[in-house]
Design a protein around this ligand. Structure first.
Ligand code: HEC
Ligand code: HEC
Length: 293
């Protein structure tokens, strides 16, 4: 209530509350103690010989109950927020309750969290409890893109449990992929190469898994245009995020029309950065334990 739009509404609510309280007091009082009421009832109709409409006061314990509730309301409104923007004598608020329990939580777990952040990946991997926590974090932060098991999806989001790491599979490299994000850039080749070369080099790319074929029609185009990033043997380059083309693992699909699509339009995969606000050091360490082998 401290955020009332104006003093007028705060005052209005206080007046309404206090007036209704006073009204209740008057009502209760008049029912029990107004001696003048009910006398004219005595001349009312009589049924079945002696059954008359009359009036008996409600029992006294009922009066004390109502009286007690009214006193309680007054005391409550004095101590707690309730009357417009009056904060109450105790200065209690839900917000501060939440802040207090958060501080409690921090104080209780800060030590444990710092310890986990310092643990080695092997130690975490040996602790099934911590690994379960890691999986929960992964499902919350990463699964929307990488799939609930991290096995990739939609020919768009890479599998994080295979041997193929576009940006490198060492602990430091994966840490960097997550903390700083990754922007993969391969611009389209249509304007540079033309339809025929694209077909041939695509074909050559698909053959790289069987080793370099010196006589392949597409090899010259590949060596001239692609080898700088993807390597002469298609081994890839983790500094550029240039995919390994020789392992039969494809992010964007391995059919010849998928390769063609990659070449014609280019590919621009974006892994968002997860800074300390989104993933603190403890959570990052747990996720690394999940991904690094
Ligand atoms: C400037 C560096 C660079 C050059 C030159 C380059 N690529 Fe790429 N290529 C990349 C990067 C980076 C990616 C990853 C794109 C992504 O993940 O979104 C990629 C992705 C690909 C893919 C998709 C791989 C997958 O897993 O689906 C194919 C196919 C490919 N390149 C083929 C080629 C061919 C053929 C050429 C030469 C005509 C070429 N690239 C030239 C950087 C390059
Ligand atoms: C909005 C979608 C999205 C979310 C959320 C996301 N990622 Fe990614 N991630 C991607 C994309 C797309 C790529 C591929 C980038 C590229 O083409 O190189 C990627 C790449 C990666 C890579 C590099 C893979 C490689 O082969 O080198 C790692 C590691 C990774 N993500 C981990 C994570 C983790 C851990 C989380 C959760 C904390 C996460 N990602 C959340 C979209 C996402």
């Amino acid at each position: 209530m401290a955020d009332m739009p104006s003093a007028f509404w705060s005052g209005w609510i206080s007046v309404l509350t206090l007036t209704s309280l006073a009204g209740m007091v008057w009502l209760v009082w008049s029912v029990y103690f107004d001696r003048d009421r009910g006398h004219e009832q005595e001349a009312g109709p009589v049924w079945d010989g002696n059954l008359k409409e009359g009036e008996r006061p409600a029992p006294m314990w009922w009066f004390w109950l109502l009286f007690g509730s009214l006193i309680f309301s007054v005391v409550y409104l004095m101590l707690f927020p309730g009357l417009g923007s009056f904060a109450g004598l105790l200065d209690w608020s839900q917000g501060s309750r939440v802040a207090e329990s958060y501080d409690d939580y921090e104080a209780r777990f800060a030590g444990v969290r710092a310890e986990i952040a310092e643990m080695s990946l092997a130690e975490i991997q040996n602790d099934t409890g911590l690994m379960a926590v890691a999986e929960r974090i992964f499902r919350r932060e990463c699964a929307a893109c990488h799939g609930s098991e991290g096995r990739g999806q939609a020919d768009m989001f890479p599998n994080l449990h295979d041997v193929d790491w576009q940006w490198g599979g060492e602990e430091e490299q994966i840490r960097q992929s997550i903390r700083s994000g990754r922007n993969a850039v391969m611009v389209g080749w249509e304007a540079v190469l033309g339809e025929e070369d694209i077909g041939q080099v695509g074909d050559y790319v698909l053959s790289l898994a069987d080793g370099v074929d010196e006589d392949h029609q597409g090899k010259a185009v590949y060596d001239r245009n692609c080898a700088v990033c993807h390597g002469a043997d298609g081994g890839g380059n983790t500094l550029l995020g240039a995919s390994r083309l020789s392992d039969r693992i494809w992010l964007y699909g391995g059919e010849s029309q998928d390769i063609r699509e990659s070449l014609v339009n280019g590919r621009f995969g974006v892994m968002p950065a997860f800074d300390e606000q989104r993933l603190d050091d403890t959570q990052l360490q747990l996720i690394l334990a999940l991904l690094v082998r």
